[in-house]
Design a protein around this ligand. Structure first.
Ligand code: NAD
Length: 286
């Protein structure tokens, strides 16, 4: 009864009560989510956030060992499926796996992406590298939308998310193949939104500022050779644009939670920029 709840609450330390209220929610109670690129970084943080809000999450990633470790770390409401988003059969299989295991698919987060390490000028454009980046960052998203829709249209509901980038909004901030891929993701999302709204399916993008995940550290190594990972992370940290704050995977996970929950039930075709004000600043020292 109430008394025993009061006693057990009293026996909790202050910090565990704080954790309890900070992490447990129910915005995605009973929902099933599939997240690509969820072995690490933004995808992993989002998987954690979704589970803490009542969802069950299928982690799909090309890194099998890390993906399995992540699923184990996130507990009973997470599972792993090996998936290379540049292969349609892998994405189809991951979607079918989610449905056969849990009976439905409510949220598809097309988050997997890679950087592009090729010469920076368009004159020297390496088309093999271009095709590789487009196969993962764009085609992987298109195919993710295709197979999620296959399941969500008969359900008459669903929420699809895609990870773009502020480079996709502004262009020219990162290597241009990457910028092209990320601006295309926004275009793909908008045309899919126009088609899918009649089925009750919402689709949105999130465009993060630079976060010192492995992906960004690896990309920056190209431009700042000799600087250690910690130095690169500090460089991003020091250039955080909102006073006193850096962009963290947690900020993107919060945006993903909002967009995939019923709080955003009338939001579709939107690109949510999470950049601490970066895209509105005219003069940069980055
Ligand atoms: P990350 O390297 O921590 O995570 C990316 C994950 O995608 C990895 O687990 C990787 O194994 C997986 N992956 C790569 N290729 C794959 C493939 N072919 N199939 C399936 N999985 C694959 O980096 P992150 O920062 O979390 O990146 C997630 C997304 O965020 C990417 O789309 C990236 O472009 C985008 N993004 C990142 C930043 C940033 O600053 N970190 C900024 C804007 C956008």
């Amino acid at each position: 009864g109430l008394r025993s709840i009061c006693i057990s609450r009293a026996s909790l330390s202050k910090s565990s009560i704080r954790n309890f209220s900070a992490h447990i929610g129910s915005k995605l109670e009973g929902k099933i989510a599939l997240i690509t690129g969820a072995a690490s970084g933004i995808g992993k943080e989002t998987a954690k956030k979704f589970i803490n809000n009542g969802a069950k999450v299928v982690i799909a990633d090309i890194q099998t060992q890390l993906g399995q470790e992540t699923a184990t770390e996130l507990g009973a409401h997470a599972c792993f499926i090996s998936c290379d988003v540049s292969k349609e059969s892998d994405i189809a299989h991951a979607v079918d796996y989610a449905v056969s295991k849990y009976g439905q698919l409510d949220i598809m987060f097309n988050n997997a992406g890679i950087a592009c390490h090729t010469p920076p000028t368009i004159v020297d454009l390496d088309l093999a590298a271009f095709d590789r980046v487009m196969a993962i960052n764009v085609r992987g998203v298109v195919v993710g939308i295709k197979h999620a829709s296959r399941v969500m249209i008969p359900q008459g509901r669903g929420s699809i998310l895609c990870t773009s980038s502020i480079t996709g909004v502004l262009g020219g901030l990162a290597q241009h193949t990457y910028s092209i891929s990320k601006s295309t993701v926004i275009g793909v999302m908008k045309s899919a939104a126009a088609e899918l709204c009649r089925y009750g399916i919402r689709i949105n993008c999130i465009s993060p500022f630079a976060i010192p995940t492995q992906f960004v550290i690896d990309e920056m190594k190209e431009y700042f050779p000799g600087v250690e990972d910690q130095g690169l992370a500090k460089m991003i940290h020091d250039n955080g644009v909102l006073a006193g704050a850096i962009c963290e995977p947690q900020d993107i996970a919060n945006a993903a939670l909002y967009l995939s929950s019923d709080d955003a039930k009338y939001v579709s075709g939107h690109n949510l920029v999470v950049d601490g004000g970066f895209t509105s600043i005219k003069n940069l020292n980055f």
